[in-house]
Design a protein around this ligand. Structure first.
Ligand code: FAD
Length: 365
């Protein structure tokens, strides 16, 4: 029987489990994940802001795996040997596979800044950031990195700690660089409305317990510093033998198969579509789910996988800390409290689709 390993319970892999629950393939299936609860990215800023409890923004993989006839194994991959088709886990176990599907996400980029390791908290893993938040009552918060995650996180933390002075520090000319002027203007207005300081065109040279030093000579007070400096590839892929892109992410073709090893599928942040690279975002990880599920089923059934073309523009919904959000797609931008309610309905609907218990358990507990 084919040994299929699903590595990581990321957004795309959820669709594989859902498809297998509908129609079980003739395969010996394992899901390897460090935690049974996998967070849903769209709701993370809402968890930080205090609108949701953590459980509401997580999908329990256990019932999903059970329905799919899949053995769930708690573990974290630390290496893949694609020649011998083996995965090594942090505990030392070695797992063989015939077919592998990787959806393990990205890791936060850790800038080489003195003091960052001691005094700054990366946005991921979100459980660690939440644990730090639960213990803190900061006077000054800084978020490094003005991408979508950084912008959402600084507004979420401002909402969580209204008395704290909040600063967003971006090396480029503007937050959300490359995402369109109308969206940049809307976000700029929202940050100004919330009295969040935005420092642009400045690189951080040192992070201390109570301050951040910039190459412009300026010092920003900060006793709670968060790194939202972008997505990096997991370093355990480096010696896997899989074809990787220049940044170390798994290179896949239009069928979501590795360009070097067709028995390996990859989707979500960990993968780069070689012909049409897309930004590392939850939206694209979700979009890749149905074609990933269909192609794994086809390969298991002895059929050729089909090409998938990722759409160029995706709807972006940015939470603004308070119950207010900004939507953008292509050239248009909409904002309002109703956009937050729309986003809330989409996000809750996504989690409920895979884990109907997520909301009710929270209500009970
Ligand atoms: C604060 C914040 C807010 C964000 N907001 C948005 C947003 O609003 N919209 C949006 O589109 N994107 C957003 N993003 C980006 C989004 O989180 C990612 O693009 C998305 O989660 C990628 O999905 P994925 O399926 O690739 O991986 P993930 O969702 O990261 O899932 C990976 C899974 O694999 C598991 N795993 C990790 N390493 C291993 C390993 N070594 N072995 C086994 N399992 C492993 C993890 O535990 C996890 O369950 C946000 C990111 C952050 C940090």
């Amino acid at each position: 029987m084919t040994k299929l390993v699903l590595l990581g319970g990321g957004h795309a892999q959820l669709f594989v489990l859902e498809a297998f629950a509908r129609q079980r393939p003739d395969a010996d299936i394992r899901l390897i994940t460090p935690d049974a609860l996998t967070p849903y990215s769209g709701m993370l800023p809402g968890v930080l802001a205090g609108h949701y409890r953590t459980r509401q923004a997580c999908i329990d993989l256990r019932p999903l795996a059970e329905r799919a006839g899949c053995q769930l194994m708690l573990g974290r991959a630390i290496g893949i040997d694609s020649t011998h088709r083996r995965i090594t886990l942090a505990g030392g176990e070695v797992i063989d596979y015939d077919l592998l599907s990787i959806d393990t996400g990205s890791t936060p980029q850790r800038p080489d800044i003195p003091g960052a390791a001691e005094y700054a908290q990366p946005v991921k893993p979100i459980a660690d950031l939440l644990a730090r938040c639960a213990l803190a009552t900061p006077r000054a918060v800084s978020v490094l990195g003005g991408g979508a995650a950084g912008v959402e996180v600084v507004m979420a933390l401002h909402h969580r700690w209204p008395a704290a002075h909040c600063t967003l520090i971006e090396r480029g000319a503007t937050p959300l660089g490359g995402l369109g002027e109308r969206l940049q203007r809307s976000i700029g207005a929202e940050l100004a409305r919330q009295h969040i300081d935005v420092v642009t065109g400045a690189a951080v040279t040192r992070i201390d317990a109570n301050a951040i030093r910039l190459d412009t000579g300026r010092t920003v007070g900060s006793d709670f510093t968060v790194l939202a400096t972008g997505a990096a590839a997991p370093d355990w892929l480096r010696d896997s033998g899989l074809a990787l892109d220049a940044r170390g992410f798994i290179e896949v073709g239009a069928t979501l198969q590795s360009t070097s090893h067709p028995e390996v599928f990859a989707a979500g942040d960990v993968a780069t579509l070689s012909a049409s690279p897309r930004s590392k975002s939850g939206v694209y990880a979700v979009r890749a789910g149905p074609p990933l599920a269909a192609n794994i089923a086809r390969v298991l059934a002895g059929q050729p996988p089909l090409d998938w073309r990722a759409q160029r523009h995706a709807l972006m919904l940015l939470a603004c800390g308070r119950r207010h959000a900004i939507a953008a797609r292509g050239g248009w931008v909409l904002k309002g409290d109703w956009v937050w309610r729309w986003k809330d309905a989409i996000d809750r609907g996504f989690v409920r689709r895979f884990d109907p218990q997520a909301d009710s358990e929270t209500a009970a507990g």
